[in-house]
Design a protein around this ligand. Structure first.
Ligand SMILES: [Zn+2]
Length: 248
């Protein structure tokens, strides 16, 4: 039985997984929490009303990145962690506390939950073909950082990206794609221009530019980054190997 909400469903493996940050501190004490979770530092602006269905997701930015890298290693090896989807789904009905955000391409081959071997409620994912920052995506990421206290954002591009190829074709051949596709190629034109000037792979350049866009995004993400509460990193997923290379 959960001692916080009296809901028997919230009692899992001998402890309640659905706790507020305040109740965690009240139950085991701040010293106990820090002792139990090593170098964990809880973001200072934690709200007492926040629900924490997954205490194991309370991580520093560096811990969050290390967890993504470890999960990606399991994915590369095909050694994915099995999980009980019904148990996870029930656990997350009343709240979420993802430990990382991923801005990924919409490409069907680069699903972040698979790539990082994570479960429901672990990743806050925004996707658009070409994995670039739009106003809508920025708003979503601001919500994840400010309200859900996610400590890490990864911009993840990938090899053989159709959006990048389209952007190069539009740039080189002055080609107009039909419908709204041109919106994407126009948004990626700067990456093509900068990548060419650097003699760098355009997908890699695009990741780096969008990491900078997020780090500089005022007023929310830039503030959290400057305070050290959030890190923004860039990754490049290799379709062949499954490896996510950290590029910035
Ligand atoms: Zn793509």
């Amino acid at each position: 039985m959960c001692t916080v909400c009296n809901n028997p469903k919230h009692f899992l493996q001998g402890k309640s997984p659905l706790l507020s940050r305040r109740s965690i501190l009240k139950t085991i004490g701040a010293g106990g929490l820090f002792a139990g979770l090593g170098s964990l530092v809880i973001p200072a602006a934690s709200a007492s009303s926040d629900l924490i269905p997954k205490p194991s997701n309370l991580l520093t930015p560096d811990q969050a990145l290390a967890r993504l890298i470890e999960g990606n290693k399991r994915f590369m090896q095909g050694a994915m962690t099995p999980f009980n989807v019904i148990k996870e789904r029930n656990l997350l009905v009343d709240g979420q506390n993802p430990f990382a955000c991923v801005l990924a391409c919409a490409d069907s081959r680069v699903s972040p939950e698979f790539v990082f071997d994570e479960e429901l409620g672990d990743l806050f994912v925004t996707r658009v073909a070409g994995n670039y920052v739009t106003n809508d995506i920025l708003a979503s990421l601001e919500y994840a950082v400010a309200e859900l206290k996610a400590p890490l954002i990864m911009v993840m591009g990938h090899t053989e990206c159709g959006a990048i190829k389209a952007a190069i074709k539009a740039f080189d051949d002055d080609y107009d794609f039909p419908g709204h596709i041109q919106v994407i190629t126009s948004a990626l034109a700067r990456a093509v221009r900068v990548g060419r000037s650097r003699k760098e792979d355009i997908a890699r350049t695009n990741v780096k530019l969008n990491v900078i866009n997020l780090i500089d995004a005022t007023p929310v993400i830039s503030k959290y980054v400057s305070q050290g509460r959030v890190k923004v990193v860039g990754g490049l997923y290799d379709l062949k190997t499954g490896n996510v290379e950290i590029v910035t």
